[in-house]
Ligand binder design. Sequence first.
Ligand code: NAP
Ligand code: G4F
Length: 325
Amino acid sequence: MKRALITGITGQDGSYLAEHLLDMDYEVHGTIRTTTHDIEETRVGHLLSTDPPRVKIHVTDLGDSHSLMRLITDLRPDEVYNLAAQSHVRASFDQPIHTGQVTGIGAVRLLEAIRQEDTSTRFYQASSSEMFGATPPPQDETTPFHPRSPYAVAKVYAYWSTINYREAYGLHASNGILFNHESPRRGKEFVTRKITSSIPRLLTGDQEKLRLGNLEARRDWGHARDYVRAMHMMLQHPEPLDLVIGTGESHSVSDFLDAAFAVVNLDWSEYVEIDSQFYRPTEVDYLEADISKAAATIGWKPTISFEELVAEMVTSDLEAHGITA
Ligand code: NAP
Ligand code: G4F
């Protein structure tokens, strides 16, 4: 039985990846921060309420080298998926140093623990399409990075550190350069879930307006369930890889509004107000993945369309309010 460690198991991707690895009979371990209270209420609560729990939880923080080292020494995992991060782009402008510490240097703390303990452990780094930033689409593995936020700068640092540990110490260390991926488990601070979670409240009158920032920004939005499959496939490849993972389709925020409000036959322009607080000092205008290399090397492709994704998110948020679509 293979043993996997997922940092950030309480996040959107961590929870789907844990389920995916359990389906493949892995022994799954995950990290939570000391600040995470009431673990039963998190996205992995359903994996902990069984007897015995289906995943094993360890308390650590990507800011704390010693606890990471101890964890790697105790577990000696076959695979480590580094999904933990301060992952919100807008927040990174307010907390640039914290974001650098966690999202950037945090990856090196983990790589260093693996290098010192067991270089046969395979390592996945959650790299991001935000690294492409201002570089025009379509973006692939050869596209130059031009990061546009402290978050993206930190991810570029972690990306190159992953490659450096591969080249310097022979680690099987891979970067998944993932474009935006969403789901009903997406945090409500991200634009897609902010929209879909507002719809039932707008319908019931609990919320009057939906305040958003830049509606023209374009993203390549896929489904998180598809993307965690790619993470696992990358670590099964004989050689470490850097791979772009996306759908190859780009939509604007207003396209997302069109698709989401169409599910409930409403006109979003009657509800949406533009609020400058949701604009960023520097924006990423246009992301669209070229996934040729992922298709050719690991045979990955997405299975869930943009329309299916939006419908699933809206329906799930409606159901949580007892409303049928
Ligand atoms: P998410 O939902 O925001 O989850 C982030 C996870 O990191 C949470 O479990 C969080 O714990 C944990 N975390 C935050 N700060 C930490 C710290 N100091 N030490 C340890 N853990 C910490 O993110 P996601 O959407 O699942 O994304 C997973 C990873 O992929 C992230 O690294 C993200 O930057 C990257 N990524 C995401 C996308 C996307 O579109 N979703 C695209 C490209 C790359 P708490 O539960 O305690 O907050
Ligand atoms: O949903 P977002 O906050 O996602 P963003 O910035 O693209 O970052 C996400 O995807 C990255 C992959 O490319 C990940 F690496 C990262 O961790 C995160 O998961 O914003 C998407 C777009 C932006 O252009 C933003 O300006 O939506 C625009 N937007 C417009 N109004 C808004 C809002 N974004 C948010 N969060 N809230 C708004 O009210």
